[in-house]
Structure formats: C-alpha cells, structure tokens
Ligand binder design. Structure first.
Ligand SMILES: CC(C)(COP(=O)(O)OP(=O)(O)OC[C@H]1O[C@@H](n2cnc3c(N)ncnc32)[C@H](O)[C@@H]1OP(=O)(O)O)[C@@H](O)C(=O)NCCC(=O)NCCS
Length: 172
C-alpha cells in the first residue's frame, strides 16, 4: 500500500536510501553509494508538505519512498528509492503512479526528474515508464538549477539528464 510518510518514519527512509544506493557499486559509481542520504530535516520539509510517499509492507513499515515537490509549475520527483529486499516488484513504478495522482490533484501537467543517463535502472528505466528526455538547452529555470547544483557536487562525472512524463487522470 502507498500512503503519506509520517514524521516518525524519516530515519527509516534514510536507511532505505542508503541500502538502495548500494547498487551503484555494481557499475563503479561508489561515490554515489557512499553519498550521505538526505537528512531528517530535509526529509521533514517534504513530509510536512505531503510530498513524501511511502510504500509499506504488510506490517505497515516503509520499504520504498518517493519525494515530490513543486518545481517550474510541475511536480518534481526529488528522490525515488526502493529497498533491495523489495526491488523489481513494481514498487518504484507504483510510487511514480501515486506521484502522478498527487500531481493531478494539484492540477500540475508534468512529472519531472533528473537522473543518470546511462545507468540501466535510471534513465532507461524511466523511459520504459513513459518519461521522455528534455532538451538541456530548453529547460525551465528550476530544472536547470538542479542540474547545475548536481554538477557542483560532482554528479556530472556521469551524464545527468532531465526527463518528464505527462500527468494523466487515473481513468485516462
Ligand atoms: C530505480 C528503482 C527505484 C526501481 O525500483 P523497483 O521497484 O525495483 O522498479 P520496478 O519494480 O518498478 O521496475 C523494475 C524495472 O526497473 C529496472 N531495474 C530495476 N533494477 C534494475 C537493475 N538492477 N538493473 C537493471 N534494471 C533494473 C528494470 O527495468 C526493471 O524491470 P525488470 O525487472 O522487468 O527487468 C530502484 O532500483 C532503486 O531504488 N534504485 C536505487 C536508487 C535509484 O537509482 N533511484 C532512482 C534515482 S533517479
């Protein structure tokens, strides 16, 4: 089941991000795996605005999460992490569907995100789920700044791109 995260679950979300990040070692991106997860304070900002969605197991414990916020008049996916113990069971795709519903309820037209272009479970994954790559020369200010900030912290060692998927109603 997918629901909004509670404030007392944020430390657990950090653990999910750390565990999910381990997969980056398999393609030599140890720096990404070693990256500190978002702090509880950073997570709390999303949670307080209703932009932290969790996928919970049968015991109501989060095993995956997605962070969302408004950016450039669209819904921006800031983070998506699935604990490896629950990988490849559709949880990521389900959270992205829920993000689309969140955006639809707010009248926002696009889901956007930034991701690694060449990592199999990043851009190729999102492409399979209907996301399209955005022209880097035509990005709105918010997305452009996010890519600039990511470059400043060294993420541009591996090509990063911005992508979007049109928000649709559940019945569409
Ligand atoms: C990317 C991620 C969220 C996908 O979550 P998920 O719940 O496993 O994904 P879904 O079950 O919805 O979709 C599975 C598909 O994802 C892709 N995928 C997932 N893990 C993969 C891997 N290790 N290698 C290649 N493709 C992978 C495949 O397309 C897979 O389909 P398949 O199982 O039929 O081959 C998860 O792997 C994760 O948390 N990764 C680490 C953090 C990350 O990269 N987040 C995204 C940052 S932009």
């Amino acid at each position: 089941m997918i629901r909004a995260a509670r404030a007392d679950e944020l430390e657990r979300l950090r653990g999910i991000e750390t565990a999910a990040g381990e997969i980056f070692r398999s393609c030599g991106m140890d720096a990404i795996a070693d990256d500190e997860p978002l702090t509880v304070t950073e997570l709390a900002i999303f949670q307080a605005r209703g932009g932290a969605l969790v996928y919970v197991d049968a015991a109501d414990v989060p095993v995956a999460y997605l962070l969302l916020g408004d950016l450039d008049g669209n819904a921006h996916v800031e983070q998506l992490s699935v604990h490896p113990s629950h990988a490849r069971q559709g949880l990521g795709g389900g959270l992205l569907e829920a993000a689309g519903m969140w955006a639809y309820a707010k009248g926002l037209e696009w889901l956007t995100l930034t991701t690694f272009r060449d990592v199999p479970w990043n851009a190729p994954y999102y492409r399979r789920l209907g996301f399209e790559e955005l022209d880097p020369e035509k990005l709105d200010d918010g997305l452009r700044r996010i890519l600039e900030c990511e470059a400043l912290v060294g993420l541009h060692r591996w090509p990063r791109i911005a992508m979007r998927r049109r928000v649709r109603s559940v019945t569409a």
